[in-house]
Design a protein around this ligand. Sequence first.
Ligand code: ME8
Length: 497
Amino acid sequence: MKTFYVTTPIYYPNDVPHIGHAYTTVLADVLARWHKSNGYDVFFLTGTDEHGLKLQRSAEKAGKTPKEFVDEMVPIFKKYWGLLDIQYDRFIRTTDPDHEELVGRVFERLHEKGYVYKGKYSGWYCVSCEKFYSEGEYVEKDGQKLCPIHNKPLEWVEEETYFLKLSAMQDEILHLIEEGNIIKPESYAREVANRIKKEGLRDLSVARPKSRVYWGVELPFDKDFVAYVWIDALLNYLTGVGYLRDNSRFEKYWPSAHHIIGKDILWFHSAIWFSVLRMLGVAPPKMLVVHAYIVNRGLKMGKSTGNVVMIDDLLERYGSSDAVRYLLMRLLNLEKDVEFDQNLLDSIYNGELADTYGNLVRRAGVLALRRLNGEVVKAGLDESLASLATEVISKTQQLMGDLKIAESLSLSFDLLREANAYLNRTQPWSSEDPNKPLYNVLEAIRISTNLLYPVMPKTSEIVSRSLGFEIIPPPNLAYGQTQLFKVKDAPILFKKV
Ligand code: ME8
């Protein structure tokens, strides 16, 4: 059986997730569901990144131990993913015992292989990013050095550390990034390659002295240090599929690994992560899918910028997880930042979900019940709907395979709009023989509903139950294959805002 291993970043549980986190997580869930319905054996991993100075400080501020603090935050993440119908297979926490053990073992290996060496480090650190910034990267303002992302003062750090010999990997990793066809869209691969060419791949400080950061995984070869939170975090992708623990599981899933991330963490997930994997003798992931930001008033949506839209806000406004999932995927753009615009979302919601999809389902249901007692049998196919549907099915397969989710959604809606126009033309409410037009409208609804399933699973279930058809795998989907619709109900799917 073909496998599909998909991951989201593991988020920092220092705060509750917002719609930026939902953007990535819904995308991963849609890909997981799509592959599942296409017959893949899917493993979907998400979770939380719980160690490091940022968490340590958030906990201190809240008057809690880091463990108490993260233990309280994790259920909140799970609650939101539940509310958005995210069907993950494991929620990994970097404090999980199997993960902490793996981090220790990996550091041991890297140390034994000579990739980790002791040294002294000094530099400007951003606690919110959990990373050092070098000259040229930070912003200088009023004599202060600020993080270019968080706009907060950087902290001067001077301490003993362990370095990871990334410099030894430079040529191989550059080649991999340029030729490996791993990073999608390709513009991001070029960005990383250019940075490596410009700056080189420098050795990375991968440990913090316990005297400063106590909240982390102890290095097995030096108990005075903890692992740098980013290396700890990246390794979750290996823990999740049983690396060094369950070889057959690891070999089954790892070759199909798809990491879904925002562009903020591209460097870590490419230059650094590919290097670590290479040092361990593990193949790179199959694909790194990078998306751009949701911005609000021109700035990346984020807690520290103070411009976040909460998941609750959207759930309340649009009334269902499916509507929120749809809107996020409808906006999805891997290459360009998208501005959060409530008016635009309202008009997409009203125009597409309520007026086009919801209204068609409602009208078709009512007509089938009133005019045909809910039994619509196979009758002559409308040629133009049939050919459009056939095209929509095959193009959707192709687009989903190319990660063009927003484009594929618009195809299903082309079919729904055509079916609406056809319904208005054929007027089954007054025609002598309402069966043929209703059959074709229901068939078009069925095809679209099937194709929309990964994005709107609950709606698909409601529609399929109400109109009396089954959700089937997309490869088996064909216009005209229904013999009988047993319509039971004419649901109102989306109430206008
Ligand atoms: O970086 N637009 O965690 P994090 C789009 N723990 N996506 C957004 C977004 C926005 N405005 N805001 C957040 C970390 N995201 C590390 C990851 S992985 C080994 C460790 C999404 O909580 C996007 O996926 O800061 C981004 O990459 C991620 O949240 C950052 O989450």
